[in-house]
Design a protein around this ligand. Structure first.
Ligand code: NAP
Ligand code: F7E
Length: 325
């Protein structure tokens, strides 16, 4: 029998990669999207799968729509990837972030419990939940110390996922994923902001790049590798939580140095620091210990830091040269 998966957030970076991965595994893939005045399927088009997924309308703010989507699709697996996911915006829209990213996950868990508690449920948790944790590298037992409305909302959703497992015996898992990037990463995130600027500068279409905290350190991997781990978590006999990370951490400055260096430029000639781009509170260092995922799931990343930068710069150069964006 063909397995069915429902993905919330299918128009986002991970949603598109996960949909492509599941289609490759023979799944029937449903994607929930919110109503917008313009269609927003550019990532699905980029990966060549737009016509291979079935789209249904629903919103994380609206429990009745979630319940209807779950009833109408009768999935075996649900991947809850929908969120207001940009940390900086979460200070400007803290309540919306809590409602979509935090309460939205609880609404979806409730919809699953009411419609069919046997559906397996994946929650997109985040390394941001560790925030200012004194533990480094961070694993599943490390202490949480969220540092933004986004991180606090994700922590609420994480604990609700654990609680639905413990209270109702549901197959709910939380994947604590460290930063993962790709050529279809949103342009506001620092990696893509840099690789897009590198391409624009190289092609003579931009002269400088403004950045905020260049000393921040992140454990950056490739989104295509990370969506495999999501699926693997739902194929286990028992539901559990897993950290997914490369185990390497690099500064924003190093990312710049390598990305500009790849096209023969010195980042110091183009990058300026703008105090306006600093956050009210930042997470200074994240580095994940994914031993459990590697041992129990057999997961490992295939793309390393340098490979990720090359992939993103190459894709941006191609798009800038073609004028596609
Ligand atoms: P993304 O590109 O920002 O995608 C977010 C998705 O959520 C989009 O499809 C967006 O739809 C959808 N969405 C937002 N508000 C919604 C609402 N009210 N109702 C329904 N859908 C809504 O994020 P991503 O990078 O793919 O990340 C996927 C998930 O993993 C997110 O939950 C994120 O917080 C989490 N996460 C990401 C990372 C990472 O490094 N990428 C790491 C850890 C955890 P629109 O297209 O309409 O805006
Ligand atoms: O920032 C610093 C910034 O916005 C990374 C989301 O997917 O990963 C992501 O959250 C670092 C921060 O990602 C700029 O201050 C400097 O220290 O790329 P980012 P993030 O905040 O780590 C986690 C795991 C998620 O769950 C989130 O959903 O880079 N930084 N200068 C900058 N950041 C941005 N965006 N723009 C700058 O100009």
């Amino acid at each position: 029998m063909v397995k069915k998966a429902l993905i919330t957030g299918i128009t986002g970076q991970d949603g598109a990669y996960l949909a492509r991965f599941l289609i490759g595994k023979g799944y029937k893939v449903y994607g929930m999207v919110r109503r917008t005045s313009m269609v927003n399927t550019s990532r699905l088009e980029y990966l060549g799968i737009k016509d291979k997924v079935e789209i249904l309308y629903g919103d994380m703010l609206d429990l009745s729509s979630l319940q209807r989507v779950v009833e109408n699709t009768e999935p075996d697996e649900i991947y809850n990837l929908a969120a207001q996911s940009f940390v900086a915006t979460s200070w400007e829209q803290p309540i919306l972030t809590a409602e979509v990213t935090g309460l939205g996950a609880l609404k979806l868990l409730e919809a699953v419990r009411l419609v069919n508690p046997k559906i397996k449920f994946y929650q997109a948790s985040s390394s941001e939940m560790f925030g200012a944790s004194p533990d480094l590298p961070q694993n599943e037992s490390s202490r949480f110390h969220p540092r933004s409305p986004y991180a606090a909302s994700k922590l609420f959703a994480h604990w609700m996922t654990v609680n639905y497992r413990e209270s109702y015996g549901m197959f709910t898992v939380s994947g604590i994923l460290f930063n993962h990037e790709s050529p279809i990463r949103g342009l506001e995130f620092v990696t893509r902001k840099i690789t897009h600027a590198v391409a624009m500068i190289k092609e003579g279409k931009q002269d400088k790049l403004l950045l905020g905290n260049m000393a921040a350190k992140r454990d950056w991997g490739f989104a295509g590798d990370y969506v495999k781990a999501m699926w693997m978590m739902l194929q286990q006999d028992e539901p559990d939580d897993y950290v997914v990370a490369t185990g390497e951490t690099h500064t924003v400055r190093e990312f710049c140095e390598k990305a500009f260096g790849y096209v023969g430029l010195d980042y110091q000639d183009y990058v300026e620091v703008s105090p306006e781009l600093f956050r009210p509170a930042d997470v200074e260092v994240l580095c994940g210990d994914s031993s459990k995922a590697r041992m129990k799931l057999g997961w490992k990343p295939d793309v390393d830091f340098d490979g990720l930068i090359r992939m993103m710069v190459d894709a941006d150069l191609k798009r800038v040269r073609e004028g596609s964006y």
